[in-house]
Design a protein around this ligand. Sequence first.
Ligand code: CMC
Length: 445
Amino acid sequence: MTDGLQSTGSGADSTTESNDSLTITDNRTGKSYDVEVTDGTVRAMDLRQIKVSEDDFGMMTYDPGFTNTAACRSAVTYIDGDAGILEHRGIPIEQLCEHSTYLEVAYMIIFGSLPNQEQYDQWAHDITHHTYVHENIKEHMGSFWHDAHPMGMLLSSVGALSTFYPDAANIDDERERYMAAVRLIAKIPTLAAFSYRRSLGLPYVYPDNDLSYAGNFLSMLFKMAEPRYEPDPRLERALDKLFILHADHEQNCSAAAVRVAGSSRVDPYSAIGAGVAGLYGPLHGGANVAVLRMLQRIGSVENVPDFLEGVKRGDERLMGFGHRVYKNYDPRARIIRDDVDEVLEATNKQSPWLDIAIELEKRALDDEYFTSRKLYPNVDFYSGLIYEAMGIPTDMFTVMFAVARTSGWIAQWTELLNDSEMKIARPRQIYTGARDADYVPMSKR
Ligand code: CMC
């Protein structure tokens, strides 16, 4: 018998189960088992004792996409999708966006609580003084084709950092872990901006340590001939808020990728590189790009009703609507909705797409097709509009996401290493291929 599971012989009525258990009857054998229930879950390994014969491997669960499997315990981020709640370390995202900064949120999600003044000053100082990257990174960037996707460049340069900081492989050393967290958060905007400048054929702009985290990033993206780039405080704040909104989102595809790679005890730069790769895909980090393309395709407010009819016929999806977890208005979308106007005002621009987005939202929220399916705007419905208004090209949207999510990936990675239950990730499979086949020489195939 393993902890948490007891065979109760044949017949479900012979159980000794407590209220915190699940009784499973195997109809193949007639045997019943009591499985311990903890935090609303059963341990998959407890099922292994369920066998039809002594040489049976034992029962497994089958869960492609981990849609109903908790793979870890986590205290970083809480989401209640039905109620539209998102909290980091217990603090609602609305409060963090109103009162905090990205650097403070990054500290909090990684180290577990808000920093005091001294801790914050040290953290901000350390991040600010590690923004430069080794000059060889420029050569690395320079080796890409002129129109290389900036996310591909970011992915490879984050991985390359592990070769510049080989001591980071000592992942049990607290100091090395701290330095890796600092270096990653400090350098990823530099790598992101370099990949952007490279994709435009523009010279790289070195970090300006007198600017804020978001202000310095804007400077590295947009500075031209002026001696000093002065970020517009409205853009700086809007960008910082977008970074807070994207800092972490519990066990999504890229966080899971970081945990799976990290469970091999690889160095942090390589583990975070796995997160960048997960985010690169259109189903994860690329949705705001799809929103902008959709708005461009719709073309004008008059075309909105026809477009929505097409969505309802199933011809296409309303991008930026719906979410696997949120079955209510995504709290992040609510927060940034108003920022679109402020950013447009700051950049003195008119967005041809904003009116279309507003009309889409208005009509969809008033339409039984969308309300009955609990389809509400998600964060990506508006984030692309803000980036576009800031003059950031669509290819860069996922890179922006990666800059912000780096703190979440580090928090997930740190939590993984501190977890006494941590094991190398190694899922099971249901083998469906051939067995005992003979090798056929080439001449006989
Ligand atoms: N437009 C139209 N219909 C939709 C949409 C949509 N955007 N999303 C879901 N539906 C319908 C779907 O057709 C289904 O209808 P029916 O019951 O008649 O078959 C029903 O709603 C349930 O949909 P589902 O596909 O089972 O929902 P899901 O939880 O598997 O999908 C989703 C979630 C995000 C993949 C999906 O809503 C979607 O494709 N949305 C558009 C893409 C998008 O905006 N993605 C960004 C998500 S936020 C990013 C982040 O948090 O990191």
